[in-house]
Structures are given as C-alpha cells and as structure tokens.
Design a binder for this molecule. Structure first.
Ligand code: HEC
Ligand code: HEC
Length: 462
C-alpha cells in the first residue's frame, strides 16, 4: 500500500504530494512513473494492479472490468457475461492477447504464425495494394472462428536472419519477417495484391495517463520537436472521427484517441455492442443466421472495462541510484534517445471522462514519465510495412512509451519488441531504428560494449 500525505504550506495551499513507499520511506521523485498512480510492484502483476486511489465502488467496478477483460468468452448466446464470442474473432478475451495487461508471448517466432493451436495473439491487418479493403474480409484477418464457421485465413511467417558487427567487433543479428496467408475462407487473394501488416499487442502500462495527456503540451512538443542536426521531426497525429478532431495518442500508429473498448469487443472478439451492432464480416455468406443475436455487451459493462484499463497503476522505476543505471541513463541522453522517448510529460487539468460519464480526477495534473513524445516519426525502410493506418504513413510509427518495459520479461516471459515483435531483445530493437532514429542507432553502436550494456540496464530500470 502506498500512502499519500498532502503537504500543506504556510499559506494553506497544497504542495506536491509526498508519497510513501510500502517500506515506509519517502519515494524518490524519479521512481514515480505516474505520480499518485505509481505502484511499487515488480512481480508478474506489475502491469495489472489498481492504483491505490481505486477503492470502494470504484474498486468493485475495476474488478468487474478486470473479469470482463480476462475471462474467456464463449459462443453461448444465453450468457450475457461471457457469451457472444465470434462467429469470427482474433482472440477469445482481451487478456488472451494482453496477458496480465501486457503483451502475450507471440507465437510468431516459436510457431511460425497462427501456429498449430491457431492463435497468434497478433492483429493481422490486410489491405489491397491500392490501400482499399478486400470486400469479403475487412481490415483485420480473423484467424479464429467458432464451431461450424471457417476462419478467414491463417498467418504464416518466415524470418530471414542476417548477422552484423558493431564497430568494436561484437556481433548481433536481425531477423526480417516475411508474411503469407493460407487457408483463405473463400476467394484466395493474389499475393501480388496483398499487403500484410502484423502487430503484436501493446503493454497497457499507463493507459489512463495516456488518455489524460495534456495535448497542448504534445502540440508544443511537435512544434519544437525539430532537430535538423539529428534528422528528427515528430508529427502530431490529428484524427477526425464523426466530424470532430482528436489528437491520436494510442496505438502504434497514434490512431486512437480513446481506449477502443467498443472496437476491441467488436473486431477482436466478435462481441457486438451499441457502437458496433453488426457482427464482423456481416457480408460473408457463412454469416447468414448469426446477425440476429443483437447486442452482446452493455455500455455499462464496457465502461467498467474502460475504467479497469484507465485506473491501472504504473510500476515505479527501480534501482534509480545504481551506478550502472545512472551511467546508462547518461548514455540514453548521449544517444539522443530522449528526443523521441521524452522522459517527462504532464496530464491535463480537467479530469478524464469515461464512456458513460465517470470522471477520474485522480488522473489530472500529474507529472508522469512515459518516455514517449506520442508523436509519429519516420523510422525508415526496414520498418516500412507498406500499410497506412490513420494519418500515419507506412513508415511512420508512434514512439513507443518505455515505462514498464523493464518488467515485460517478468510479466509476459519474453523480450520481443517493436510493433511486430521482430526484435528479440533490447539491442535488436535499437538496431532497427532508422530514418529519424538513425543518428541514435549510430551513436549507440559506436559506444563501447560497456556503455551499450549500461544503456540497456537503464532501460530495464524503467
Ligand atoms: C487478437 C489479439 C487482441 C485482442 C483479442 C485484443 N487486443 Fe487490444 N491490441 C492488440 C494489438 C495487436 C494492439 C496493437 C495495435 C497497434 O499496433 O496499434 C492492441 C492495442 C490495444 C490498445 C491500444 C494500446 C495503446 O498502448 O495505445 C488498447 C487500449 C487495447 N488494445 C484494448 C483492448 C481491449 C479492451 C480488448 C478486448 C475488448 C482487446 N484490446 C483485445 C491485440 C489484441
Ligand atoms: C526518431 C525517434 C526515436 C529515437 C531518436 C529513438 N526511438 Fe526508440 N522508438 C521510436 C519509435 C517510433 C518506436 C516504435 C517502432 C516500431 O514499433 O516499429 C521505437 C521503439 C523503441 C523500442 C521498442 C519498444 C517496444 O516496447 O517494443 C525500444 C526499446 C526503443 N525504441 C529504445 C530506444 C533507444 C534506447 C533509443 C536511443 C538509442 C531510441 N529508442 C531512440 C522512436 C525513436
């Protein structure tokens, strides 16, 4: 349990909160990844623990949301709490892909795609070369289906490995994925007309804070984030939905301005809701008969899932005074990583509001350390997937927030990184940086092995 003490100054106005750690000592400000929502957890539950201010009815609703998020759904149409899965789907619960609110171990490397069990925990986006969807299939390939229905297709991946050396002689290798799809539901799609863009799940660390970001600060950052000497210039993602503009902060393409709960239930699980009342792939001939079930999750329940994700605590940084960590932190700045992976941002003053109107004042006016500018950057040819999502060009990606990244191995049992999980460790993730990230990559690779290792030890402290 963390305890908050409001410190009152002489004139009676509140100062910054002083936060006590579970062992009773005062937290170092550098440990506080998300202000009062910081949790001092280093276990497998590190991403999946409520902030300390989540109590009473809020905690009851958190627990309901957590359950709706994690419990496997079934195709039973008479069970409103767990039914409604499919007919087509990509995962059987939110947690099937976001295990422990993180990134489920991807089967891409171990099973070569959808694998023998058929479940990949990835989202497979498919489009035609001209950017349009395939009429039968829509935007996402659903490689799972309930009994009696045929999955849309199965993903296959082959990795091509190449070895490289750092200037000091140490070797590393990078693997490039090559995707294909087999067992199409109906029309086989000509590979010449097919673009396959595979994404592994994102960690849910700090979702509430991300949605509460002060977007004026991001706007200023985009205006200033121009370092011609390093070839860096970040771009704000402004998306228009239902005739309103929003700043996109969520997703690898910064294409979401909300937690996409309704879209997740509809497109990922095949669970219809008020916003998406039609079963996915409604037009497929095998879908006849599945459209009459109606709404399969209520807006009230979806708001609890929203609340669950928004109120998760953010794990505190660890070992902030360790000598190697401090050296690695200095190297992070020397390699200019901080020009995109912005260490400190703020949440806005007005409280975030959830789907059904619940306000969360605890998330406002907080100093946070997400290690991201939430802007889009040209990451070069190697990471160009030839597919556009939202306003992002095919080679542009949102800077991935690095808070909590050091615990991914504990929480999810792997160190696969980047949007498609091609990087098998921290070094490979950095060595894939190109385009606007090329200067950083070069500065990192020219460091001594000891300095590179220290930088990675610093990343593990996040
Ligand atoms: C088939 C696997 C799968 C399932 C099932 C799934 N997701 Fe995801 N989710 C993903 C992937 C992959 C991404 C990353 C997409 C991208 O590249 O932006 C993602 C991204 C997200 C994000 C954005 C995260 C961020 O950091 O911006 C949210 C929020 C989210 N999912 C919520 C949900 C919810 C809620 C459910 C259940 C209703 C769900 N997801 C079910 C795979 C899945
Ligand atoms: C030009 C902006 C930019 C710079 C500079 C930069 N990064 Fe990144 N970083 C990104 C973007 C964008 C991604 C997401 C790329 C993707 O997923 O394909 C990313 C992804 C990562 C990831 C993978 C995160 C994950 O969870 O998958 C790590 C680790 C990382 N960066 C570390 C670093 C380090 C260390 C440096 C300095 C040596 C650095 N970055 C410099 C923009 C940048």
């Amino acid at each position: 349990m963390t305890i908050f003490i409001m410190a009152f100054s002489a004139c009676g106005t509140t100062d910054d909160d002083i936060i006590l750690k579970p062992n009773g000592t005062v937290a170092d400000p550098r440990e506080l990844s998300a202000g009062r929502s910081t949790v001092f957890m280093t276990s497998i539950r590190a991403y999946d623990t409520p902030s300390d201010w989540v109590t009473g009815t809020l905690l009851d609703r958190f627990n309901n949301g957590d359950k709706l998020y994690d419990d496997p759904r079934t195709s039973d149409q008479n069970d409103p709490l767990q039914g409604g899965l499919g007919p087509l789907y990509a995962g059987f619960s939110c947690g099937s892909c976001h295990k422990n609110a993180g990134r489920t171990y991807p089967t891409l490397h171990s099973e070569g795609g959808s694998g023998s069990s058929g479940f990949s925990s990835a989202l497979v986006y498919i489009t035609r070369k001209n950017g349009k969807f395939f009429r039968q299939y829509g935007r996402v390939l659903h490689d799972q289906s309930i009994f009696g229905v045929k999955a849309e297709g199965k993903l296959k991946v082959q990795y091509e490995e190449k070895e490289y050396s750092f200037p000091d002689g140490e070797k590393y290798s990078l693997v490039t994925p090559h995707y294909s799809i087999s067992e199409w539901y109906a029309d086989s799609i000509a590979p010449e007309d097919l673009i396959i863009d595979v994404h592994i799940p994102l960690r849910h660390v700090g979702m509430g804070q991300i949605m509460a970001l002060d977007t004026d600060e991001l706007r200023r950052l985009a205006a200033q984030s121009n370092y011609p000497e390093y070839g860096i210039s970040g771009r704000l993602s402004v998306i228009t939905e239902r005739n309103k503009s929003y700043v996109g902060v969520g997703g690898n393409k910064a294409h979401h301005a909300d937690l996409t709960v309704e879209l997740g239930f509809s497109s990922d699980l095949g669970v219809t809701n008020d916003r998406y009342p039609l079963e996915i792939a409604e037009g497929q001939s095998q879908m006849i008969g599945y459209s009459h079930y109606g709404i399969q999750i209520s807006t009230k329940d979806m708001e609890d899932v929203d609340l669950y994700m928004s109120t998760l605590g953010v794990p505190a940084r660890r070992n902030v005074n360790n000598e190697t960590v401090l050296k690695g932190e200095a190297n992070f700045y020397k390699a200019k990583c901080h020009l995109c992976h912005t260490p400190t941002l703020h949440t806005r003053q007005d409280a975030p509001v959830l789907l059904n109107g619940t306000r969360l004042p605890w998330l406002s006016s907080q100093t946070i350390h997400p290690y991201s500018d939430f802007l889009l950057h040209d990451m070069g040819k190697g990471l160009d997937n030839h597919a556009t999502i939202g306003v992002a060009r095919s080679y542009e990606w949102r800077t991935t927030p690095l808070w909590g990244i050091g615990l991914q191995e504990t929480v999810n049992g792997h160190t696969f990184f980047l949007h498609d999980g091609r990087a098998r460790n921290f070094t490979e993730a950095i060595m894939w940086h190109d385009g606007e990230g090329a200067v950083s990559r070069e500065l990192f690779s020219r460091m001594s092995k000891e300095d590179r290792d220290a930088l990675i030890v610093f990343l593990k402290s996040l």
